[in-house]
Design a protein around this ligand. Structure first.
Ligand code: MLC
Ligand code: AMP
Length: 496
């Protein structure tokens, strides 16, 4: 029998989860998860059904997510900062049977505000004497994670427990990740990085997770000093950590016992690698993945961290580079670019309710087309060099579809036309810039009004950080906005 979280079935008093000052041992986690499972059963939620979980940072949220998995119930993690427009869309699309939250009253109001007719149940940190169910790995759905596309509202990527188990096991081999490790992270619990790797990964290897409710360099240093052996973070966090450590040299001692610093979700600039090596004498190990495929490549812990490279494919992941015509590129010259396509037990089951969109990203041979462009060197290590589409922006490690932000801005008063692009910057990697043609040139809306409009309708991280008012947008003969020309304009004005 292959269990998703083997250590929960034979639990003991070792540390499983820590969030701020609260902790749960494996024994306590097993009891609390069993209690949640009992509550699901009491209201008639059965295996295979979907429940929403507002992912406020805290032990209660983690217990609910683990309990759902043990019950075979499909979790739909809900970012507590979702705007009403996105929440409405996700509730309609995923149609959860129940919704759970550690802040049930406030979230009930948000669900009502978003037009949902469902009450939100409070998550309880109770204890059950009954043993937690021993959930076996299968190809059935385990999680539905919403992720942005180039246009339209976010799509629900359906992941199975086999996807999660196979991927964590491959990462554990690459990173020598064991039950002796304590992972520190300050990532949200509604995406692959914080949830699948950080929470489920730590529990699957039988180690511990120390989760910070909110990212701050000081918080990360304190958690590392309190026994953290691995750090999972996005490049923006490493950038802010390096800034802080440069002004607080003694804080670097917090990392003295760190075994592995891992970066992912966006490209880590070589500059940040070098700064960390200079500050800590430690390298940062990159890995590369997507919501739909989990992690595809990782630099191995027993090899050298190679700045600029995301490592070779993980065990079990078949990875190809293909050209525009779909022809496989065999070269390993570190220069020829192709789209990354992958196949293996890590690749998702499909998008919820969207067979056509699923078909559009999977080819005849079962390879998922990532849209990322990469080159490969002789040892198989990949260098991610860009993306096919300018309409997907990675800001602070969050993926944002330009089309969704444009649609939102077009509904704001005073906006005639709009084009949204990503501009390179040191902190967020890319910052969202909106070019706006006012409806009435003499009376443009203010930049702050438009930022606030997006931040209130959508998740705040989707708001443009900069607005440029223009009299017209550059278009090609077909009337399509030429986004590369807009990005070039930002480069020319040296604002990127
Ligand atoms: C600011 N705020 C506003 C606002 N302006 N709110 C409303 N209206 C406005 N106009 C608020 C925000 O809500 C937030 O509140 C605060 O100001 C700061 O927000 P921010 O500026 O957006 O945050 P920032 O500091 O830029 O965040 C940086 C960050 C974050 C690194 C902490 O980007 C982050 O957590 N990134 C992780 C992304 C991630 O996990 N990606 C994994 C994807 S999976 P408050 O209350 O919060 O302070 C994947 C696969 C893989 O990619 O390979 O891993
Ligand atoms: P998401 O859909 O949020 O899971 O984002 C997935 C995307 O993040 C990928 O398609 C890549 O563009 C990007 N990404 C993830 N990890 C890395 C990395 N290490 N280097 C460069 N890009 C990355």
């Amino acid at each position: 029998m292959a269990l998703l979280f083997p250590r929960l079935a034979f639990s003991d008093d070792s540390l499983a989860l820590r969030c701020e000052d609260a902790e749960l041992s494996y024994r306590e986690l097993a009891g609390a998860a069993a209690h949640h499972v009992g509550r699901l059963q009491a209201v008639g939620v059965s295996s295979g059904q979907r429940v929403g979980v507002f992912t406020h940072a805290g032990l209660g949220t983690m217990v609910a997510l683990v309990g759902d998995a043990l019950a075979g119930v499909v979790s739909v993690p809900l970012n507590p900062k979702l705007g009403p427009r996105e929440l409405r869309h996700i509730l309609r699309d995923a149609d959860p049977k129940r919704i759970y939250s550690v802040r049930a009253d406030a979230d009930s109001l948000r669900v009502v505000d978003a037009g949902g007719g469902m009450a939100v149940d409070a998550i309880e940190l109770g204890v059950s004497m009954a043993p937690a169910p021993t959930f076996e790995i299968s190809d059935e759905p385990l999680l539905i994670l919403y992720t942005s596309g180039t246009t339209g509202p976010p799509k629900g990527a359906v992941l199975s427990s086999r996807n999660v188990a196979a991927n964590v096991d491959a990462l554990a081999r690459a990173w020598l990740w064991t039950d002796a490790d304590v992972v520190v992270h300050a990532l949200p619990l509604f995406h692959v990085h914080g949830l699948v790797l950080g929470l489920f990964g730590s529990l699957r290897v039988g180690g511990a997770l120390s989760h910070l409710a909110k990212f701050s360099p000081r918080g990360v240093c304190d958690a590392m000093a309190s026994g953290g052996s691995m750090l999972f973070a996005v490049p923006t966090m490493y950038h802010r950590l390096a800034d802080a450590l440069e002004h607080d040299a003694p804080a670097a001692a917090a990392f003295a016992r760190a075994r592995l610093l891992i970066s992912g979700s966006a490209a880590l600039p070589v500059r940040e690698h070098r700064r960390f090596e200079a500050l800590l004498g430690q390298s940062i190990y990159e890995r590369y993945g997507l919501t739909e495929t989990l992690i595809n490549c990782a630099v191995c812990a027993h090899g050298d961290a190679a700045p600029g490279y995301v490592g070779p494919p993980l065990g079990g992941v078949e990875l190809r580079l293909v050209d525009d015509a779909g022809v496989v590129l065999e070269v390993c010259d570190d220069a020829t670019m192709g789209e990354v396509v992958v196949r293996g037990p890590n690749v998702f089951l499909g998008y919820l309710n969207r067979p056509e969109e699923t078909a559009s990203v999977m080819d005849q041979e079962g390879f998922f087309h990532t849209g990322d462009l990469a080159s490969r060197r002789a040892d198989g290590g990949l260098r991610i060099v860009g993306r096919r589409s300018t309409d997907l922006i990675k800001t602070g490690g969050f993926k944002v579809g330009a089309g969704e932000v444009e649609a939102c801005l077009l509904e704001a008063p005073g906006v005639g036309e709009v084009a949204v692009v990503g501009a390179m910057e040191d902190d967020l990697g890319q910052r969202i810039v909106a070019f706006v043609v006012p409806r009435v040139a003499a009376k443009p809306p203010t930049a702050q009004e438009l930022m606030d409009h997006v931040a209130s309708e959508l998740t705040p991280h989707k708001r443009p950080r900069e607005l440029r008012f223009v009299s017209e947008l550059p278009k090609n003969a077909m009337g399509k906005v030429m986004k590369r020309a807009l990005i070039a304009r930002l480069v020319e004005t040296r604002d990127v």
